[in-house]
Design a protein around this ligand. Structure first.
Ligand code: NAP
Length: 300
């Protein structure tokens, strides 16, 4: 099974980056695209994110071997219903959504007879929209594919090869396990960033200008995450509710233990935890997941 034609639905950061990566890597895949917003379609055409920007979702998916939905997770079902009239019976339907069990269910309900193989490239930035995409977004990053039971092995191999050709490292995972892992590695950290930035801006005895002026003291790095797209992240928390609440319960217990350690002057507990977390940072760097230069390589 080969992918000669790919349709990208949703031409923001993820959709645009897929189109640009296909082009930059010289893959022999014709690309079409559609977004519900005419202004996004116009910008996508101007930036040549895909070979052809179509006026309807059905036109975009006509004759496509692979259709990738790159819309917020709460919009997957609507987008799938919109494209259904143009879908080829042989097409693989995939997506890039940040939560997987809810998206798999929404796609299966919208396209009951289609070959659906959900996926999540674990790659992104805090920017969104058709100007945000870039060709190297997936290079060296993981793409987690969550194949349903009974998946066609040839279709799964074609999708894995597609992501490998974009520069990603592919991992297969059960959707529920994906949601648990991503709750702790991505969703809870975003929730913490949203909370700390929100809390700091609500404080009455520290002015907003002081928060911004002295932001280099740790706060600044949270603001990058807390600047992430509000629609995308609202949908992530609403569609990965169970795993997020489970991990949040665990996190709250650990936070309470730290609170107790600080109150009782238990320096050993603080020191032991901070030593363990420093080792985690070393492992992240050793596995090529971040820049090893101090302070993310910023100029000082
Ligand atoms: P984005 O830049 O905001 O792009 C999404 C695009 O989809 C927007 O142009 C949006 O248009 C459009 N859209 C919304 N509903 C639609 C519909 N029903 N039909 C067609 N188009 C629709 O978002 P993104 O960052 O690329 O995220 C897309 C997906 O990737 C999400 O599911 C997200 O969870 C996942 N993801 C994101 C990241 C990340 O770091 N950003 C990383 C990995 C995976 P409007 O502006 O009109 O709503």
């Amino acid at each position: 099974m080969t992918i000669d034609r790919a349709a990208i639905i949703g031409l923001g950061l993820l959709g645009g980056s897929i189109g640009l990566a296909i082009k930059a890597r010289g893959l022999d895949i014709a690309t079409t695209g559609w977004d519900r917003d005419p202004a996004v379609r116009a910008k996508a055409a101007e930036r040549e994110l895909v070979g052809q920007v179509c006026d309807t979702a059905a036109d975009a998916v006509t004759d496509a071997d692979l259709v990738i939905l790159c819309v917020p997770v709460g919009a997957m079902g609507d987008a799938a219903r919109e494209l259904a009239p143009g879908l080829s019976p042989h097409a693989i339907i995939s997506d890039v959504g940040s939560s997987k069990a809810a998206v798999a269910a929404a796609l299966a309900a919208a396209l009951p007879s289609a070959c659906i193989i959900p996926a999540h490239p674990v790659a992104g930035t805090e920017q969104s929209g058709p100007e945000a995409g870039f060709a190297t977004l997936f290079a060296g990053r993981w793409c987690i594919i969550t194949p349903p039971d009974g998946v066609d092995p040839a279709a799964l191999a074609a999708l894995s090869d597609f992501w490998t050709a974009l520069g990603s490292k592919v991992e297969l995972m059960d959707a529920a396990h994906h949601d648990l892992v991503l709750a702790v590695t991505s969703h809870i950290p975003h929730l913490i960033a949203y909370t700390i930035v929100g809390t700091a801006s609500d404080l009455e005895d520290v002015t907003q200008s002081e928060v911004i002026k002295y932001s280099a003291g740790g706060f600044r790095d949270f603001t990058r995450i807390a600047a992430s797209d509000p629609v995308m992240w609202r949908d992530v928390f609403l569609t990965n509710k169970g795993a997020v609440l489970e991990m949040l319960g665990r996190f709250s217990e650990d936070l309470t233990a730290l609170q107790r350690a600080i109150r009782s002057g238990d320096g050993d507990t603080l020191f032991d935890l901070f030593t363990r977390t420093r080792a985690i940072r070393r492992q992240v760097i050793e596995q090529g997941q971040d820049d090893e230069r101090p302070d993310f390589g910023r100029d000082h």
